[in-house]
Design a protein around this ligand. Structure first.
Ligand code: GRF
Length: 198
């Protein structure tokens, strides 16, 4: 099967990136990680890329806190295009993307979020779910648009909230589910890519 060229963007520990790279290595995911890019110089996600022998890059984000400086975002587009990336996979990327990326990769940027969107967008969604006394939460894979944790939903996995759950215990179970849901969602893109013979 023709392999889908993906680029992974992240700012942190990279456990989702690891799950994806493991599935690629084991042959379960017909994708090819062309590049891993981080806006954080010493982010563990870059170490994971090196561990798996994947090209990786630090992208200096510029002066803003929650977005990339426009020149940096243009540079990101260039890096991803040079790597011939077809699908952009956000895995804990902590900046909101804007026009340069959204117009360069329409319907080709996806994200994973630790709640059942549209509930609990934003930071520490598992804590938000606990504080709201929910009995069920989960994780969501969705297309990225100009709003935070918004955009058409691709896949969701529910997780029961247990009576004795702490934020930590709940977060661990959500992340375990993410590590299954994200590769499975990407696999659907792989199938479409191979079928379309792009
Ligand atoms: C994940 O929990 C994801 O839902 C959120 O950021 C976190 C990234 O974790 N968008 P990791 O870096 O993949 O471990």
């Amino acid at each position: 099967m023709k392999r889908l060229p993906i680029g992974i963007l992240g700012s942190g520990k990279g456990s989702n990136c690891r799950a994806i790279l493991e599935r690629i290595r084991s042959g379960d995911l017909a994708a090819e990680a062309r590049v891993v890019i981080s806006d954080v110089l010493d982010a563990p996600i870059l170490d994971i890329a090196r561990e798996f022998g994947v090209t990786n890059a630090y992208l200096p984000p510029g002066q803003f806190r929650t977005r990339l400086q426009p020149e940096a975002e243009e540079h990101l587009v260039k890096l991803l295009r040079e790597a011939d990336v077809h699908l952009v996979v956000l895995a804990g990327f902590m900046r909101v993307l804007h026009a340069p990326m959204l117009t360069a990769f329409p319907q080709r940027i996806i994200n994973i979020h630790p709640s059942l969107l549209p509930k609990f967008a934003g930071l520490e969604a598992w804590k938000q779910a606990l504080a709201a006394a929910e009995t069920v939460t989960g994780c969501t894979v969705h297309y990225v648009d100009e709003k935070i944790d918004h955009g058409r939903i691709i896949a969701q996995q529910e997780i029961a909230i247990l009576p004795d759950d702490t934020p930590e215990s709940l977060h661990v179970r959500i992340q375990m589910a993410e590590h299954e849901l994200y590769p499975a969602a990407i696999a659907k893109f792989c199938e479409k890519y191979a079928a379309a013979n792009l």
